[in-house]
Design a protein around this ligand. Structure first.
Ligand SMILES: Nc1ncnc2c1ncn2[C@@H]1O[C@H](COP(=O)(O)OP(=O)(O)O)[C@@H](O)[C@H]1O
Ligand SMILES: [Mg+2]
Length: 304
């Protein structure tokens, strides 16, 4: 796996489209679709997804600089070629109640091409795709200072991509499995699979969930500061449990090899139930829910 993508990339510099590569390994080992009844399916060509958030303004040119006029430090090409997301080499990062999250290489088509690992969140089961869409809108509303800097609050957002209008090109054999219910199961699995990768959220990979019982007070205080910053920016996380707080070695300003858990860096994730003033909520509700979230955090996670 290549190193993680950790650079903030302004919306206008994100790829407008990505080609997603999957194979049987991904379908069986990551998606765990076992009810295939001996059938295999292979994708003849990559699945094309287009960026929905941050939205591409109609007829807009791809920009080459960030909001402050400076270029991102990863050399992102200023071209219309799609980036490539390789789920054939995906590693499972975590499974939530509404999704699966994998680490996978994303290749930007510059010369030479830039290849970095990103977290890919998919709605599994597909019935929770509305939550993924809500999460995409919340990430899109996060100001840069919550994602970037020495002590970011949330992962960096690399876009929400959805299936374009082009048809999928599936090739699947019929190796046995000739009874009707097996055939129905197979079709259902295939549809679930297609739906799950038909909308994906790309994020910075930020470590693993915290074990709150072993956290020192100073680290609990760090997490409390993140929650305070989130609320001060008028966002509510909506399901503030330990599984939605990630930890990785820090400090993040150092090269990866020099970071340690003594200076851990924390991040709040999972905004499927998130609220924001500009997206889905009123000021009154945000204030009220933020207050409740703080008191739950104190009780549940012993956060000051
Ligand atoms: N950005 C990320 N970096 C690393 N691991 C992640 C990231 N996002 C999610 N995960 C892992 O995947 C799990 C499920 O993700 P989450 O966003 O909480 O999904 P759900 O909405 O289904 O609860 C998390 O508990 C965590 O282990
Ligand atoms: Mg979660």
């Amino acid at each position: 796996m290549p190193p993680n993508l950790e650079t903030f990339i302004p919306g206008e510099c994100l790829p407008d489209a990505i080609d997603v590569y999957i194979d049987d390994n991904f379908i069986h080992n990551i998606c765990k679709l076992y009810s295939m009844h001996g059938k295999q399916f292979t994708v003849r060509q990559p699945i094309k997804l287009v960026r929905q958030y941050p939205p591409c303004p109609p007829g807009s040119e791809r920009g080459s600089g960030d909001v402050n006029g400076s270029k991102p430090s990863v050399d992102i090409p200023d071209c219309d070629c799609p980036a490539q997301l390789d789920l054939r080499h995906a590693e499972l990062l975590g499974v939530g109640h509404h999704s699966k999250v994998v680490l996978a290489p994303l290749t930007f088509p510059s010369a030479p091409s830039v290849r970095r690992a990103v977290a890919v969140k998919m709605s599994v089961p597909f019935s929770s795709h509305e939550m993924l869409l809500n999460e995409a809108k919340i990430y899109n509303a996060f100001p840069r200072n919550l994602q970037d800097g020495d002590a970011p609050t949330v992962p960096k957002f690399y876009g929400y991509y959805v299936h374009s209008t082009e048809a999928f090109d599936w090739d699947y054999g019929n190796n046995g499995g000739d009874n009707c219910s097996a055939e129905d199961d197979w079709k259902e699995s295939r549809t679930d699979m297609l739906n799950s990768i038909a909308s994906i959220l790309l994020l910075e990979a930020c470590g693993k969930p915290v074990q709150t019982e072993s956290l020192a007070l100073s680290h609990r205080e760090d997490i409390a500061k993140l929650l305070k910053r989130l609320h001060e920016a008028n966002f509510v996380q909506g399901s503030f449990y330990a599984r939605n707080i990630l930890v990785q070695p820090g400090p993040l300003i150092l090269p990866y090899a020099e970071r340690t858990y003594t200076e851990s860096s924390y991040r709040i994730i999972d905004f499927g139930r998130g609220l924001s003033l500009d997206v889905n909520s009123s000021y009154r509700r945000v204030i009220c829910d933020a207050e409740e979230e703080r008191s739950c955090a104190r009780e549940r996670l012993l956060i000051p």
